[in-house]
Design a protein. Structure first.
Length: 639
């Protein structure tokens, strides 16, 4: 640490919820992955340069003292004080008043943690805080005491259980780790029971003292039950505890709110109108179980327009967090932009009528989150339902996912395409957490051995990759993953979708096969021109309108750039096969593909009977031709 402060470990609890495990041992001596809790804590403090530690014990405290002596107190100044009667967390610390004259750290004796203490102490000093509580959301807020903080982190209220189910509060809890000024000691009663969370901190807030909450996503978990012990042990062995330290960059999943988490109401204004979309709590819970942060970034211009107050908006967000918490899920933080650039609304707030850097598609909210949580944007995703969201992700160099919920990309505000498209948030989260990593590793291995020498230089093969397969097999997803692999290898790549050479829907006839629906000769000419160093230009295809748009795209390949060709007939065209260094065929279980086909065309507005008719037609004039190209593939992969 930049400035060393003393630490206090509160080790007096009996640990009654641990049952037989604490019959003979005090909780701080419970072994976790072969080592007592208190040894993890002392190692953590020593790592940060803290060499003056006070252990305040109670139940079987003599065993804690003996264990420390057997370890020669780890070569530091270790003071052990055992209370004769329970005095609570604050009552125990009051006994240290004669010795502590500076800021000091307090942590509960049943915590396994790894946090950036320099960053925490710096926050405490910048805020000129009397008491700084480390706070975070948890997966069971309904049976937890909650902390409410203002935008700048100043704590404004505590909400203790039991609470009325009619009122929702933000999901923030006291993590059991504090930085306190020595001035706090004057507020601690001597010789009587007193608790920091229940008594001292609420009193300081009531007195308008400077009490702040330090929000973190770092690993801090109490071992309060046998189940919790097993969970923490698993996390330790998996390396999660250390990985979550703020000094290590973490990936994030940035989530739009309306149309992604809850129903799109064209400007949600009332708390009673909040309706969570199906599967969202389960999807968020999956994110929580990984290294990804779950962060909301949302435009809320109705605040600037005067349609809703920030207080009501905060109540809506508190209800959102409460509903998620009821199903064991939490958001690490919600970021919102209250601004709007246009004037002329009755009752508008003129101070918020500005052109700002936080209103999407500007990336101010993402930049703030990155600063707050030390995010690795190169491993992060943005999930949204509008072109505004996708443009935001592109500006921030995030991988982008468009959902077919909410606006489903039909807002039409920006001419941009997402990297991936999925039905809803559960499907998107499954892809990010499971499929993307699996496919990335599989494809990266094959690309490496196909195109690169042992010293990672390009070999003699032409850097052209064809990705083909039946419609809705997942080939476009595979093609996009390949593009990210090449980017991570610092190679340029251009992804060309053969659908941009499709005939408009009105020009197709019933007797056409898939070959005739595409301008195959034009495809061959353009691709050959491209790989020979020429620039090509083409109109972009709109799958919703089933035709070409007025927008054109110009493509050229730089030296050593890869070309990725994505299309159902990619392997059917011999001239393309002859120039490809790698040919990939993507397949999937037919029942799964058929369900995707059905959902896709239902989204495009076809009736169920029209979809069935189209599927059966494609099974005659397209699928046999495409399936026959599987024999040309170097790699067959599941989509």
């Amino acid at each position: 640490m930049k400035e060393i402060i003393p630490a206090v470990i509160l080790a007096g609890g009996q640990g009654s919820r641990m049952g037989e495990l604490t019959r003979e041992l005090p909780k701080p001596l419970l072994p976790v992955a072969g080592k007592p809790i208190i040894e993890y804590q002392i190692s953590f403090l020593r790592k940060h340069g803290i060499t003056e530690i006070y252990i305040l014990s109670g139940y079987k405290g003599e065993k804690i003292k003996k264990y420390c002596q057997e370890k020669n107190n780890w070569g530091i100044k270790l003071y052990h004080i055992q209370e004769t009667e329970p005095l609570g967390t604050a009552g125990a610390v009051a006994s240290l008043t004669p010795w502590i004259k500076t800021d000091f750290l307090v942590l509960y004796g049943d915590l396994i943690l790894d946090v950036d203490l320099d960053h925490l102490v710096d926050f405490h000093r910048r805020k000129k805080s009397l008491a700084t509580l480390v706070i975070h959301p948890n997966d069971h807020p309904n049976d937890s005491d909650l902390v409410e903080a203002a935008k700048d982190g100043q704590i404004i209220a505590f909400h203790f259980k039991p609470r009325s189910p009619e009122v929702c509060f933000p999901n923030l809890v006291n993590a059991g780790l504090y930085i306190l000024s020595s001035e706090v000691l004057a507020f601690l009663p001597r010789g009587v029971y007193s608790d920091f969370g229940r008594h001292i901190f609420p009193e300081l807030v009531a007195r308008k003292c400077s009490v702040y909450g330090y929000l973190t996503a770092e690993y801090i978990k109490d071992i309060g039950t046998p189940a919790r012990l097993k969970e923490v042990e698993k996390d330790l062995l998996a390396g999660k505890v250390n990985r979550w330290n703020r000094q290590n960059k973490r990936p994030a999943i940035f989530l739009d709110r309306d149309g992604v988490l809850n129903e799109e109401k064209n400007g949600l204004r009332q708390i009673d109108d909040l309706a969570i979309l199906k599967g969202v709590p389960e999807a968020i819970k999956k994110i929580n179980q990984t290294d990804y942060l779950a962060l909301v970034i949302t435009n809320q211009p109705q605040v600037a327009k005067g349609f809703i107050s920030e207080e009501e908006l905060n109540r809506i967000h508190a209800k959102l967090e409460t509903i998620l918490g009821q199903q064991g899920a939490y958001l690490n933080k919600i970021y919102y932009c209250p601004h709007h650039p246009e004037i002329g609304f009755e009752g508008e707030r003129k101070e918020l009528k500005i052109k700002c850097h936080c209103r999407k598609p500007e990336i101010g909210l993402i930049e703030q989150a990155t600063q707050d949580f030390n995010i690795d944007l190169s491993r992060s995703f943005l999930v949204g339902d509008s072109t505004v969201d996708i443009m935001t992700g592109r500006k921030a160099a995030l991988k982008t996912i468009l959902l077919r919920t909410g606006w489903a990309g039909r807002d039409g505000k920006y001419a941009c395409r997402p990297d991936f498209i999925f039905e809803d948030l559960p499907e998107a989260v499954d892809f990010i957490i499971e499929t993307y990593k699996e496919k990335y590793q599989q494809l990266a291995t094959y690309i490496d051995k196909t195109f690169f020498t042992s010293d990672k230089k390009l070999n003699h093969l032409r850097p052209v990759i064809i990705v083909a397969g039946l419609a809705r097999s997942g080939k476009s997803t595979v093609a996009r993953i390949i593009s990210f692999i090449l980017q991570d290898l610092n190679y340029g790549c251009r992804l060309v979708e053969l659908d941009n050479w499709l005939l408009n829907h009105e020009l197709r006839t019933d007797n056409m096969t898939v070959r005739e629906r595409y301008l195959t000769n034009k495809i061959i000419d353009d691709v050959q021109a491209l790989v020979s160093g020429k620039e090509i230009s083409f109109h972009l295809y709109d799958p919703l309108k089933r035709g070409l748009t007025e927008r054109r795209e110009t493509v050229a390949l730089g030296l050593n750039d890869f070309l990725i060709i994505d299309g159902v007939i990619g392997l059917d065209l011999k001239p393309l096969r002859e120039i490809a260094g790698l040919k990939i065929y993507v397949e999937v279980d037919e029942s799964k593909r058929r369900e995707r086909f059905k959902r896709f065309y239902f989204f495009k507005g076809l009736t169920e009977s029209e979809i069935i008719e189209l599927y059966e037609k494609r099974e005659k004039d397209e699928s046999p031709i495409v399936r026959a190209t599987k024999k040309w593939a170097d790699l067959i992969i599941q989509g």
